[in-house]
Design a protein around this ligand. Structure first.
Ligand code: SF4
Length: 64
């Protein structure tokens, strides 16, 4: 499973960073999130999917 943030949609809310900090971080000096681990390990996938579902801007793309 892969996770990606569409930075044109990301609006700094930061829920993904709170829900799954192992995968999502803010760019330094910016309030746009990115996925540090493009390949999400199995034990983080549920949290990553939860972050994608809760992102208010639908900015997280999950691919299988
Ligand atoms: S929850 Fe969505 S809008 Fe908020 S920082 Fe994460 S990707 Fe961006």
């Amino acid at each position: 499973m892969k996770a990606e943030v569409d930075e044109t949609k990301c609006g700094t809310v930061g829920l993904c960073v709170k829900i799954c900090p192992e995968v999502f971080r803010f760019h330094p000096g910016s309030k746009k999130a990115y996925a540090m681990l493009p390949e999400v390990p199995p034990h983080l996938q549920a949290k990553c999917i939860e972050a994608a579902e809760k992102c208010p801007n639908d900015a997280i793309i999950i691919r299988y």
